[in-house]
Design a binder for this molecule. Sequence first.
Ligand code: NAD
Length: 259
Amino acid sequence: MDLGITGRRALVCAASKGLGRGCAEALAREGADVTILARTADEVARAASEIAAAAGRPVHHVVCDITTPEGRAAALAACPDPDILVTNAGGPPPGNFRAWDREAWLRAIDANMLTPIELIKATVDGMIARGFGRIVNITSGAVKAPIDVLGLSNGARSGLTGFIAGLARDVARHGVTINNLLPGAFDTARLRGMVALQARTRGVGEEVVLAEIRARVPVTRVGAPAEFGAMCAFLCSAHAGYVVGQNILMDGGQYPGTF
Ligand code: NAD
């Protein structure tokens, strides 16, 4: 299937690794003119050249912290007027809410709620004017089923989800869609870090923790970033114009609800 996005400008945030990178790879492969960003210069440059080599087209990159106003300005200078925006940033740390002060909450809200909203604010009117736009926010399965140690994520991302539910309906008439993509357990550096932390805390091997995670997933494995990227690319495609304001869960069937 031709996704119909050849030449569309795509800004993919937090994409030197993991899920963001999976999205950037899929969009570049489908012909989009992709710009990726991340904080570490050598990592983001290497990722851009690897994605470019695999896709057979140039991929631009910018070094920035997307959770800061300067970082967002740099990203938008590198990719002004994107047709496709994939918002993403690192997730907040795990812990107990009794240990989180106001600053900890503000960092989580900044990264996982206000940063995507600021990026959308800066880009959506251009999409409306051009009559086409695709925005995908990488959120978390924690929005649908809270994860006990990730209260900062449960809270901050739910705020974003509520806001998007309203905005998506407001901009849809202009050919602009906004949807959220909710990862369950995916094989990324973040997941491996969480597994290592849990293994240390409980005094068990990492393989034990990973086996427990797999056992909770009906497909009996964690997801691959490429699978996540393929779904993102479809949501950004010309064919997905009737998918609006949805929260699409990719968790291998882990969430047990009927809907
Ligand atoms: P990852 O650690 O593998 O990759 C994160 C990427 O984001 C890296 O390229 C990193 O350099 C970049 N990054 C982080 N903070 C940044 C910032 N402030 N500015 C610019 N770039 C930044 O993580 P991942 O697993 O791909 O997770 C992506 C998002 O999805 C996170 O918010 C995470 O909490 C969420 N998530 C992941 C999973 C999972 O299983 N992997 C599950 C649920 C939610």
